[in-house]
Design a protein around this ligand. Structure first.
Ligand SMILES: *[C@@H]1O[C@H](CO)[C@@H](O)[C@H](O)[C@H]1NC(C)=O
Ligand SMILES: *[C@@H]1O[C@H](CO)[C@@H](O)[C@H](O)[C@H]1NC(C)=O
Ligand SMILES: *[C@@H]1O[C@H](CO)[C@@H](O)[C@H](O)[C@H]1NC(C)=O
Ligand SMILES: *[C@@H]1O[C@H](CO)[C@@H](O)[C@H](O)[C@H]1NC(C)=O
Length: 447
């Protein structure tokens, strides 16, 4: 039965939301990115209001082994503020487009967050002690009257309630003319890249006033522009290799050892279009909204409007696997174009062993595909279904013919409820699903 999906029953774990009811969602509360850290103990979300919220998993309790650690809010901070570009008379939104964690090197945690223009490196650290007994200042920081200082004191550290502080350590600004769509930390952990519509820059974490332009597809004459960069990512193990995807449905693999400016790709992945499927919308729906290397580094996964594709790095002329996410929308493209939904940018993720793929759809549905058994499932992130410990019921969309009792027809799907951002714990079956202003965390059922 589908309930035992790969021996996995997704169980509701909790949700967290800002604002009141779904209907009165404040625009700024809409979650715009979700990312686990490298061990899955921390989970960060960014929202349209420029805020970052970090969740931490509780320690497992010995008394309640069936209760696996829940995620609780650990730290909340304002990462980006709205700005105004006076030269171009343009507003720069505070919306967080991407968050990427750095591997932990000391007691503090570091993450990169970006809006359209500026990348910031944040340090998140704990404080549970406070210095007291300064000589020149009193406990509130006011200068003491020098005539009252008659002896030298040795300041001491006193315990206090745990405080989590986020401090901006670096601000990488003024390097992007267009909108940043991706950031990716290199496996050398010294550099990262940021990609906008036409260019990709390489940064050193220590240097904020200079970056290297590694890809530039801006034509001399902007009227000749036919393609933009939609996403980019470093290879997980080879620090010289990265990929970027385009609005034409192509993926380029570049090797930084070949030349400083990677204008010539070393591999070019593209699937020839099926002429029988050609339509006015072909080019729009083939635009790639996300590209992700598998953890092994052997495959790349891309998401376009209707499908997820898996490519073998050794085969450029077609994907080795294609999964239909919501093929029933093929007949609805005209209305999806009119309401702009056709331009939605869905992301996709691998599970820790690269055996399962997850991506979002409409009506708060999200999909999982098992690459080995070729089974797939549609699940729904909704509050009605989210009773504590309730098992998610697979959902089914009815295409033509008679609608069965538990099916939903294509025409009653709610296109304003979309799952664009999801994350999969790096080593366990725990997933985070962002649905508008709600974050759902599901895990497989523990026996
Ligand atoms: C992820 O976060 C946890 C903190 O809860 C930390 O112990 C762990 O080292 C982090 N992992 C990495 C690889 O940074
Ligand atoms: C960046 O800043 C450093 C230190 O302030 C300086 O030495 C260097 O010349 C600057 N580089 C550029 C390109 O401005
Ligand atoms: C063409 O459309 C059919 C469904 O209408 C789909 O199954 C098939 O994958 C499409 N072909 C390509 C190359 O996208
Ligand atoms: C996904 O990968 C992890 C290993 O990282 C594994 O424990 C888990 O069972 C996999 N999930 C599924 C649904 O197969």
């Amino acid at each position: 039965e589908l309930h035992h999906f790969w021996g996995t029953r997704w169980q509701w774990r909790g949700w967290w939301h800002e604002g009141v009811e779904d209907d009165s969602v404040g625009e700024s509360d809409i979650i715009s990115t979700v990312e686990f850290n490298h061990t899955g103990e921390l989970l960060a979300t960014g929202d349209k209001g420029g805020r970052v919220v970090i969740f931490q998993r509780e320690q497992e309790s010995k008394n309640q082994p069936h209760r696996r650690g829940e995620y609780n809010v650990y730290s909340t901070f304002q990462s980006h503020e709205p700005e105004f570009d006076y030269l171009k008379s343009l507003e720069i939104e505070e919306k967080i487009n991407k968050i990427r964690w750095l591997p932990q090197q000391n007691a503090a945690y570091f993450l990169l967050s970006t809006n359209d223009k500026t990348v910031k490196l944040w340090k998140v650290s704990e404080r549970d002690k406070r210095p007291e007994g300064y000589n020149l200042k009193d406990e509130d920081g006011r200068l003491r009257d020098p005539s009252m200082i008659t002896m030298l004191r040795v300041p001491v550290l006193r315990p206090m309630d745990l405080m989590v502080e986020a401090t901006p350590r670096r601000v990488f600004a003024n390097a992007h003319t267009y909108h940043i769509n991706s950031i990716s930390v290199n496996s050398d952990y010294e550099t990262y890249m940021s990609a906008d519509d036409l260019r990709i820059n390489l940064w050193n974490f220590e240097i904020t006033n200079q970056s290297f332009n590694i890809v530039d597809i801006k034509p001399a004459n902007m009227e000749e522009l036919t393609e933009v960069i939609t996403a980019a990512e470093f290879h997980p193990h080879h620090c010289n290799t990265f990929v970027y995807s385009s609005s034409k449905g192509t993926i380029r693999l570049c090797d930084m050892r070949a030349s400083a400016l990677c204008d010539r790709h070393s591999k070019f992945f593209e699937e020839p279009e099926d002429p029988s499927n050609r339509s006015f919308f072909s080019e729009i729906i083939s635009s790639i909204s996300d590209v992700k290397f598998s953890h092994s580094g052997r495959y790349i996964m891309t998401r376009d409007y209707l499908t997820v594709k898996v490519w073998d790095l050794n085969m450029e002329n077609r994907p080795i696997e294609t999964y239909q996410v919501h093929d029933y929308l093929r007949s609805k493209l005209c209305s999806l174009y009119e309401n702009d939904c056709i331009f939605d940018k869905f992301e996709c993720v691998w599970n820790g062993s690269d055996s399962v793929i997850m991506t979002g759809s409409y009506n708060n549905f999200f999909r999982m595909f098992d690459r080995n058994t070729k089974r797939d499932v549609t699940l729904e992130a909704s509050r009605e279904n989210s009773k504590p410990r309730a098992i998610l019921k697979p959902r089914k969309v009815c295409v033509g013919g008679k609608r069965r009792k538990d099916e939903i027809s294509v025409d009653s799907l709610d296109f304003s409820k979309k799952i664009l951002h999801t994350a999969w714990h790096p080593s366990e079956n725990i997933i985070a699903v962002a649905a508008t202003n709600n974050l759902y965390i599901f895990q497989d059922k523990v026996n």
